[in-house]
Design a binder for this molecule. Structure first.
Ligand SMILES: Cc1cc2nc3c(=O)[nH]c(=O)nc-3n(C[C@H](O)[C@H](O)[C@H](O)COP(=O)(O)O)c2cc1C
Length: 185
């Protein structure tokens, strides 16, 4: 690949693209699943997005190089954990390239599969709805079958750093899914 990325006419370097993508502040998730050989897997991911209410769909993007990729076949079960600010160590743990992420004590339950991590702000139990190959990543669409919530501060990620979030006061709470609303302000 050239220093300008895969597109011959790209006007930016891959470093500039990485830094630009990093300008989008996100939450942080850990996605867990089970490989066909029965081994539980987990990966830290901030590429999560909501997609659809009806049917309930979400997506995230998985690197083609991930050791977890065999776990995300069509129809496979997986769980997306939206991390709280107290769970930064989990985010770091599941960002390591390792086959033994569940051999340390992280309060996971082996039953039911896939592993459930305690203390997440939200957990979406999903089944793979569709897979879309996209460059060096695989877009994983999940149908949400169940969810569970607790309360706390979110773990945020911006510009390569973990942090948290505080709300600006003074504007009404916004429901971005309110299709009947023809303008919030
Ligand atoms: C904050 C953060 C967000 C990440 N988001 C993603 C992501 O969305 N998709 C992905 O494939 N890797 C992402 N990664 C990298 C993976 O977590 C890491 O490469 C992976 O866990 C390596 O181990 P594996 O080969 O067992 O998957 C992220 C890492 C961090 C620290």
């Amino acid at each position: 690949m050239s220093k300008h990325g895969s597109g011959a006419s790209a006007s930016f370097t891959q470093r500039q693209l990485r830094d630009a993508f990093g300008e989008f502040a996100t939450g942080v998730t850990v996605v867990t699943a089970v490989r066909p050989d029965g081994e539980p897997v987990g990966i830290t991911a901030n590429s999560f997005s909501s997609v659809s209410l009806e049917p309930p769909l979400l997506l995230w993007c998985l690197s083609n190089h991930s050791s977890t990729i065999a776990a995300f076949a069509p129809g496979a079960a997986f769980a997306v954990h939206v991390l709280s600010h107290e769970q930064r160590d989990l985010a770091v743990h599941f960002a390591r390239r390792s086959h033994e992420k569940f051999e340390v004590d992280h309060h996971w339950r082996a039953n039911p599969h896939p592993p459930h991590l305690e203390g997440a702000l939200c957990r979406f139990d999903c089944r793979v709805h569709a897979l879309h190959a996209a460059g060096d990543h695989l877009v994983v669409f999940g149908e949400v079958l169940a969810l569970a919530r607790t309360h706390g501060k979110p773990l945020a990620f911006y510009g390569g750093h973990f942090g948290t979030y505080s709300a600006d006061r003074g504007l009404p709470k916004i429901d971005v899914w309110d299709g009947a609303n023809d303008g919030w302000f």
